[in-house]
Each structure stands twice: as structure tokens, then as C-alpha cells.
Design a protein around this ligand. Structure first.
Ligand code: NAP
Ligand code: GDD
Length: 331
């Protein structure tokens, strides 16, 4: 029997990779798309024609109930969110409505449509919930039992989504799992995130299309993995007999300066400093200084392990953007 999945956030980075993975496993894939003329619609229709698109919005419960009725999914992956941390400081109320309460709307849509005992649910939780402050486990990193201390409206909203998912699991015996994912990047990363902003600028500098890049704080460190590896972990969580929460991470942390060094190295530039200007516009009111995850539980229970290491990640992103920019289109 083939399975059916409903993915919210289908136009995002993870939505792309997860749909590819599930299609490869012969799932029937439905994707929730918002807005009356979403600019990403044409791209999805062209590149992933196997996806059945349903119009809906995480803030609109009735649209989610309709989506459940149409798709009748075995598995729901809730990837939709206002996901940019800096943006969440500018629009904290929208972030709470979508990234926080939106999770409750999806869970309620599952219950209202009668799926609480049959549908398996994945919530996209995040390392941003840890906040980097209680970094008192040198060499060990944050695991599923570490303290939460979110440092942004995004992190706070995600923590609500995390706990309401656990609450529905405990209250209604739902097969609802949270993946606490550390940063994951790749060719499909939005240009507003620092890794893609750098890989794209490096490509453009190499091609003579721009002469520098403006960034904010260069000191923070992140545990960066490849998105294609992480969606496999999401799927594995929903294949387990019991729901649970898992950290997905690489167990390594690198600074933005490390990323710059490797990315500029790809175009033969050893000293990146003359090409980078700092602009306070990209600084945040509160920063997460360091994130390092401990994926031991996922490795042991799920048999999950990241494949792409940090240098390979930087290399593949710069290579992709060199090709894209040379052909003058950005995806
Ligand atoms: P992304 O590329 O920013 O995609 C976000 C998706 O959410 C887009 O498809 C967007 O649709 C959709 N969306 C936004 N507001 C919506 C609304 N009101 N109703 C319905 N859909 C809405 O994010 P991502 O990197 O793929 O991440 C996927 C999920 O994992 C997010 O929840 C993110 O917070 C979480 N997460 C990501 C990482 C990471 O490193 N990537 C790490 C931990 C957790 P539009 O195209 O219409 O804007
Ligand atoms: N976006 C951005 N743009 N970030 C910058 C810039 C810039 O110009 N300059 C410096 N940074 C710093 C940020 O201040 C932050 O410390 C770091 O680069 C990473 O920023 P992002 O790439 O925007 O990612 P993030 O870590 O804040 O959030 C991402 O990862 C989370 C998981 O830890 C997002 O994908 C979240 O949705 C996700 O939950």
C-alpha cells in the first residue's frame, strides 16, 4: 500500500527535499501552498509536477481542515513557519500566529477531521529553542534533555509549537514527534539566510556581478548540516512504532568566518576580509552566539547519520551558485 503525506511549507527548502524523498519512496505527496498568486507556484509545478497542491494558510484553520479532507494523509509534516530569526524581531505577532499558533491549528485540523489515532505528525522544532546561553556542555552539545532558553520571537513561538505537540501526544495519544533540527543548508536555502547569502555573493563576485557582501555579526557559530540529510531524519521519526523527540545535528560547530574562508577559497581568494563589510542592519537585538548539537539519540534509535560534512556543504553551495549566476537565474 502506498502512503500519502501532506507537507506544509512545500515551497521552502525542506519542503523541496522532503517531497523529493517521499516521491522516491512512492508516496502520494500533497503540499499546502498559500496566497492567491504565490510567486513560487510556477517553480513547484515545473520542477515537482508529482506534488498535489492544496491552497491553505497556517493561520486559517478551515483551510487546514479542508486540506486534511482532500489529502486524507497517513503522515503530516508541518514545515511551514515564519522561519527567519531576524524577521521575527520585526514581526513578532505574525511570527507567534504562524510559527506558534499555526502548529495548534494543524493539530486541531487533524483532530477535527478524525485523524488523531491514525495520522502521524511531524513538527519542525529547532535548535533556536536552546538559545546558546546554557552552553555548559563543552564537547557534548545540546541533546533532547538540555534546557530551553529561546532568544528571539521565532524561538519563543517554536517552543510553543514544540510543547503543544508534546501535549497532544500525551493528551490524545497522537503519534506526534518533534525533530529538534540544527541549521541545515544547501542549494535550496533561502537567499535571506547567511550561508546562501554568502555562497551567492561569492559566485557573483567571481563573475564580476558585485564587488562585496554586507553582513551583520560574523562571530556566531552554528552546527551546519545538509538539508537533504535532515529530511531523511524527519521521515525516520514517523516510521518508528512510538512517537518521540530527536535532535538532528552534525556534532560540529563553525563560525561565519569559517564559512567565509571556505567559500571564498572556492574561487581562489585566500583573504575574504576586503570583500566583506559589516552593516548594523543585519544585527539582531539578541543573538544566539553558539549552537552545537548532540545527535546520539537519533543515531542510535533511528540509525540516522549526516553524510555531507562542512567543507563539502560549502563547496556544493558555491558550485551551485556559480552555475546559477552564470546562467542568470536564482532558485
Ligand atoms: P523556509 O525555506 O523558510 O520555508 C518556510 C515555508 O513556510 C515556506 O514554504 C513558506 O511559504 C511557508 N509559510 C510561511 N508562512 C506560512 C503560512 N502562514 N501558511 C502556510 N505556509 C506558510 O524554511 P525551511 O528552511 O524549509 O524550514 C522548514 C521548517 O523547519 C520551518 O518551520 C523552520 O522554522 C524549521 N527549521 C529549519 C531549520 C533550518 O536550518 N532550515 C532548522 C530548524 C528548524 P511561502 O513560500 O509562501 O512563503
Ligand atoms: N541571515 C543573516 N544575514 N544572518 C547573518 C547575517 C546576514 O547578513 N550576518 C550575520 N548573520 C548571523 C546571524 O546573526 C546568525 O547568528 C547567523 O548568521 C545565522 O543566521 P541565519 O542564517 O539567518 O540562521 P539562524 O541560525 O538565525 O536560523 C536558522 O537556523 C535555525 C536553527 O538553528 C533558520 O533556518 C531557523 O529557521 C532555524 O530554526
Amino acid at each position: 500500500m502506498t502512503k500519502t503525506a501532506l507537507i506544509t511549507g512545500i515551497t521552502g527548502q525542506d519542503g523541496y527535499h522532503l517531497a523529493e524523498l517521499l516521491n522516491g519512496k512512492s508516496y502520494t505527496v500533497y503540499g499546502l501552498i498559500r496566497g492567491q498568486n504565490n510567486p513560487k507556484l510556477a517553480r513547484v509545478e515545473q520542477e515537482q509536477p508529482y506534488i498535489n497542491l492544496i491552497e491553505g494558510d497556517l493561520t486559517d484553520l478551515s483551510s487546514l481542515v479542508k486540506a486534511m479532507d482532500i489529502a486524507k494523509p497517513d503522515e503530516v509534516y508541518n514545515l511551514a513557519a515564519v522561519s527567519h530569526v531576524g524577521y521575527s524581531f520585526k514581526n513578532p505577532i505574525l511570527t507567534a500566529d504562524v510559527t506558534g499558533k499555526g502548529v495548534l491549528n494543524v493539530l486541531e485540523a487533524i483532530r477535527i477531521s478524525g485523524g488523531e489515532k491514525t495520522v502521524r505528525f511531524y513538527q519542525a522544532s529547532t535548535s533556536e529553542m536552546f538559545g546558546g546561553l546554557d552552553y555548559n556542555r563543552p564537547g557534548k552539545g545540546y541533546d533532547e534533555n538540555a534546557l530551553f532558553h529561546p532568544r528571539s520571537p521565532y524561538g519563543v513561538a517554536k517552543l510553543y509549537g514544540h510543547w503543544i505537540t508534546k501535549n497532544y501526544r500525551e493528551s490524545y495519544s497522537m503519534h506526534a514527534s518533534c525533530g529538534i533540527l540544527f541549521n541545515h543548508e544547501g542549494e535550496r536555502r533561502g537567499i535571506e539566510f547567511v550561508t546562501r547569502k554568502i555562497s551567492n555573493a561569492v559566485a557573483r563576485i567571481h563573475l564580476g556581478l558585485q564587488d562585496h557582501i554586507e553582513l551583520g555579526n560574523l562571530d556566531p557559530k552554528r552546527d551546519w548540516g545538509y538539508a537533504g540529510d535532515y529530511v531523511e531524519g524527519m521521515w525516520l521519526m514517523l516510521q518508528q512504532p512510538k512517537p518521540d523527540d530527536y535532535v538532528l545535528a552534525t556534532g560540529e560547530t563553525h563560525s561565519i568566518q569559517d564559512f567565509l574562508e571556505l567559500a571564498f577559497g572556492e574561487i581562489g581568494i585566500d583573504d575574504w576580509k576586503p570583500y566583506v563589510k559589516q552593516n548594523p542592519k543585519f544585527m539582531r537585538p539578541a543573538e544566539v552566539d553558539i549552537l552545537l548539537g548532540n545527535p546520539q539519540k537519533a543515531e542510535k534509535v533511528l540509525g540516522w547519520k549526516r553524510r555531507v560534512d562542512f567543507p563539502s556543504l560549502v563547496k556544493l553551495m558555491v558550485k551551485h551558485d556559480l552555475e546559477l549566476e552564470a546562467s542568470n537565474k536564482l532558485t
